[in-house]
Design a protein around this ligand. Structure first.
Ligand code: FSX
Ligand code: SF4
Ligand code: F3S
Length: 376
C-alpha cells in the first residue's frame, strides 16, 4: 500500500499530507515548484528499510517525533520508511527483537538507513551500555557495516551530548568518533526538530543522495544560519532592551534574553523559523535562553547563564541588496521604503516599550554598556 493510502487509513487527510510535504520542502530550502517531486518521493512504493538503534540517551528524540501536537510528520516519516527495528516502538522484545534485527541487517545489506539515537560509551570496552548482551560499540559497528548511510538523530548520537559532559565518566562519544567510513549525517538538537529528520529523509528519497552538509555533518538547509538571525526578540537586541532577571518586568515584556545567557548568536539551527510542535513554540519564545543544543562546543560545556561572545551582531546577508543599476544614485525607492517602514516599526515599538518600562527602569544600551562583549 502506498504511504499516502496508509496515511488516509490512519486518519491523516490528503490536505495534511500535502501540507506536511510543503513544510518539509520549505525546510529543505527548495523552491515551491519542487513540492510535486517531494510528494512523488513521499508516495513511492519502495520504502527504504531503516534500523533505529538506541544507546545512551533519554529517548526525547523519538518522543519529540512521535508526540508532536500534530502527528503528521511522524506518520509521514514512519509510512515512508520500513522501520524494521526500533526498541521503543516495536512490539517484539528479547530474542524475537534481536532476531528481527539480525534478519533485517542480513536481508537489506547495503540498502538500509541506520538511524542512531544516543551516545556510545567507550571506556572499559563500553560496558556502560549493553543491549541484548552486546555493548553499544559492538552493536553500532555491526549495524554500520552494511548501512547505506547513517543518520545521527539528536546531539547525543551526533556529538556525545549530555553523557559526554565533563568529566564524561563513561567516555561517551558521538557516532562519527567510531564510524569513519560511511556517509554520516548529524541532526543535532536536544531534542531535534522532527521536521529536520523528516526533511533529511525526504531529501534522500527525492534526490537519491545526501543533502549538502556543514563541517559538523549537519544539513545546511536546516543548520545553515544562526537562530539569532530570525529571532522575534531580535528588534529588542538591536535596540538594547535586555531581560535582566527571570520573571521581572523586562522578562515579562519579552526583551532579548542575551544577558540571561542566550546562545542564539552562536547557534546554527532553524528553531526560530521552523519552531516546534506545529504551534509556533520554541525555547526563546517561551522565555528561556537558547542553550545552544545543536552546538557541540557550547551545550553542556557552557553554563546556561554565561554569555557568548558576539562577533557579527548584524549578519552580512541581512543588509539591503545593492542596486547596481542605480549605483551612485542612492538606494532604490523600494529599499528605502522597506527600511523606512522597518525603522518606523522599530522606533514605534521602541517608543511603546520605553513608555511601558516601570518608573526608573532604563532600557540597556548595548552599544555602550556591552561594547566589550560585542567584538566586531
Ligand atoms: Fe540526547 Fe535523544 Fe537530548 Fe534526549 O534520545 S539529544 S538526551 S533530548 O533524546 O539523544
Ligand atoms: Fe533572540 Fe537570543 Fe538573539 Fe536575543 S540573543 S535576539 S533572545 S536569539
Ligand atoms: Fe536548542 Fe537553542 Fe533551538 S536550545 S532547541 S538550538 S533554540
Amino acid at each position: 500500500m502506498a504511504p499516502e493510502d496508509q496515511l488516509l487509513r490512519s486518519g491523516v487527510s490528503r490536505r495534511d499530507f500535502i501540507k506536511t510535504c510543503v513544510a518539509a520542502t520549505a525546510v529543505m530550502g527548495l523552491p515551491f515548484g519542487m513540492v510535486a517531486r517531494v510528494v512523488e518521493a513521499a508516495q513511492a512504493p519502495d520504502r527504504p528499510p531503516v534500523i533505529w538503534l538506541h544507546f545512551q540517551e533519554c529517548t526525547g528524540c523519538s518522543e519529540s517525533l512521535l508526540r508532536a501536537n500534530h502527528p503528521t510528520p511522524a506518520n509521514l516519516l514512519l509510512d515512508m520508511i520500513s522501520l524494521d527495528y526500533h526498541e521503543t516502538l516495536m512490539a517484539g522484545s528479547g530474542h524475537q527483537a534481536e532476531k528481527s534485527l539480525h534478519d533485517s541487517l542480513q536481508a537489506n545489506r547495503g540498502k538500509y538507513l541506520l538511524v542512531v539515537e544516543g551516545a556510545i560509551p567507550t571506556k572499559e570496552n563500553g560496558i556502560f551500555c549493553k543491549v541484548g548482551g552486546r555493548t553499544a560499540m559492538e552493536s553500532l559497528r555491526s549495524a554500520a557495516e552494511g548501512a547505506a548511510a547513517i543518520i545521527c538523530i539528536g546531539t547525543c548520537a551526533s556529538f556525545g551530548g549530555i553523557q559526554a559532559a565533563a568529566p564524561n565518566p563513561t567516555g561517551a562519544v558521538g557516532v562519527g568518533e567510531i564510524i569513519k567510513d560511511k556517509p554520516l549525517i548529524t541532526i543535532p538538537g536536544c531534542p531535534p526538530s522532527p521536521y529536520n529528520l523528516l526533511s533529511t529523509v525526504l531529501y534522500y528519497l527525492t534526490f537519491k543522495k545526501l543533502p549538502e552538509l556543514d563541517q559538523l555533518g549537519r544539513p545546511k538547509f536546516a543548520y545553515g544560519r544562526r537562530i539569532h538571525e530570525h529571532c522575534e526578540r531580535r528588534p529588542h537586541f538591536d535596540a538594547g532592551r535586555f531581560a535582566k532577571a527571570y520573571g521581572d518586568a523586562t522578562h515579562a515584556e519579552g526583551y532579548c534574553l542575551y544577558k540571561l545567557g542566550c546562545k542564539g548568536p552562536a547557534t546554527y539551527a532553524n528553531c526560530s523559523v521552523q519552531r516546534f510542535n506545529d504551534v509556533g513554540v520554541w525555547p526563546v519564545a517561551v522565555g528561556h535562553p537558547c542553550i545552544g543544543c545543536t552546538e557541540p562546543e557550547i551545550v553542556f560545556r557552557t553554563a546556561i547563564a554565561d554569555k557568548v561572545q558576539i562577533h557579527e551582531p548584524t549578519p552580512f546577508d541581512s543588509y539591503a541588496p545593492v542596486d547596481l543599476k542605480n549605483k551612485g544614485k542612492g538606494p532604490s525607492p523600494l529599499t528605502t521604503g522597506i527600511i523606512g517602514l522597518a525603522a518606523g516599526v522599530a522606533l514605534g515599538a521602541g517608543a511603546m516599550m520605553a513608555g511601558r518600562l516601570p518608573d526608573g527602569e532604563q532600557a540597556d544600551k548595548p552599544h555602550q554598556e556591552d561594547s566589550h562583549e560585542r567584538k566586531e
